[in-house]
Design a protein around this ligand. Structure first.
Ligand SMILES: *Cc1c(COP(=O)(O)O)cnc(C)c1O
Length: 372
């Protein structure tokens, strides 16, 4: 079955009791036992398993071609569940171009807890190979990366991880399963902030993991999910599941508009650099073309000048809203350095654009007047 059809139908069925076509919302935390003490519907208590979560997890797994999926209360909770499944003394390879929250979890939570880690330029396969240690159990990559859109060769790193006996996790938040099938490229796990494109409307905080196999590591991750309990709430599951139905359509439109916006910016005299994997000038364009079916809706731009000039451009934008996050229907702009802090390697003049579903010509006119 094609992915568009899976997106609409996976995890959905008319309700057998009422015939309702749209999915119901089940807020119950507890479920009735049969007279013999069994649980005929498979649900006991909602931290362990809940109807809207099970439906969403089925859809997430189907969309990525994985064996199973787990939904969490945020993207960060999903990252944490992976790291919690490791043991103190294990070594993790983490990209230098990565969501700053992932690095923060390693530095401030899991480093002190006993995980060893190396920050590596994962766009360079030799650097990844050189970073492998005896106790390397996990290689984390994020491609394209937040916010510089660095592209890592998923199949290349998968080969290195396999040879080292380590698992490969791909943070696929920016590309989604529609733009990039990380499991089929050799990843063991895929991670999402479903807050972004999966939800698609800037109104749910949630995260997910999808696994290629139900193996021992997956059992540990399931244990972290149900015993620590950072699970996605029923309404968040309902919203993300609804978002999935239109995700393929939305991502195609986001990509079409982002491509136009990126080409416009790349040709503008007031722009120092434009980062978009679909641009032939992007250093990762060749790898991106091989592993992505859609380049996605995120574009980063460095207007000429420093932070002050970049902030002034953001201030002049009228259609783009100045706000963090991404992947919603509305276009957003954010000066990343002021969110990530002075330690961040993100350039001072970088503006991150989440290209929404408005008409691309209107977005380009808005950028034109703002760049002056
Ligand atoms: C937003 C984001 C996260 C964190 O997800 P939350 O839902 O905010 O916890 C992780 N990775 C990437 C690439 C993101 O954009």
């Amino acid at each position: 079955m094609h992915q568009d059809t899976i997106a609409v139908h996976a995890g959905h069925a008319p309700d057998p009791v009422t015939g309702a076509v749209a999915e119901g919302l089940h807020l119950s935390t507890t479920f009735e036992r049969a007279p013999d003490g069994s649980y005929p519907h498979g649900y006991i208590y909602s931290r362990e398993k809940a109807p809207n979560r099970s439906a969403l997890e089925a859809a997430l797994a189907a969309l990525d071609g994985g064996e199973d999926a787990a939904a969490f209360a945020s993207g960060q909770a999903a990252v944490a569940a992976v790291l919690q499944s490791l043991a103190p003394g294990d070594h993790v390879i983490c990209p230098s171009a990565v969501y700053y929250g992932t690095k923060k979890l390693l530095a401030q939570v899991f480093g002190p807890w006993g995980l060893e880690y190396s920050i590596v330029d994962t766009t360079d396969l030799d650097a990844v190979r050189a970073a492998v240690r005896r106790r390397t159990t996990l290689v984390w990559i994020e491609t394209p990366s937040n916010p510089t859109l660095a592209v890592t060769d998923i199949a290349g790193v998968a080969g290195i991880a396999r040879a080292a006996g380590a698992r490969l996790v791909v943070d696929n938040t920016w590309a989604t399963a529609v733009g990039q099938r990380a499991l089929s490229l050799g990843a063991d796990l895929v991670m999402y902030s479903t807050t972004k494109y999966y939800g698609g409307h800037s109104d749910t905080l949630s995260g997910a993991l999808v696994t290629a196999r139900r193996d021992e590591m997956w059992s540990r991750i399931r244990l972290m999910q149900s015993s620590i309990g950072a699970v996605a709430a029923p309404f968040d599951c309902w919203l993300v599941h609804r978002g999935i139905a239109s995700l393929p359509c939305r991502l195609r439109q986001h990509t079409e508009s982002a491509t136009k916006v990126a080409h416009f910016l790349a040709g503008h005299p007031a722009v120092e650099a434009t980062h978009y994997p679909g641009l032939p000038s992007h250093p990762g364009h060749h790898v991106a073309t091989r592993q992505m079916s859609l380049f996605g809706g995120m574009v980063s731009v460095q207007p000429r000048g420093g932070a002050t000039e970049a902030l002034a451009v953001a201030a002049r934008l009228r259609i783009f809203t100045r706000a963090t996050s991404l992947g919603g229907v509305e276009s957003l702009v954010e000066h990343r350095k002021s969110v990530e802090g002075p330690e961040s390697p993100t350039p001072d003049n970088l503006l991150r654009l989440s290209v929404g579903l408005e008409d691309a010509n209107d977005l380009i006119e808005d950028l034109r007047q703002a760049l002056g």
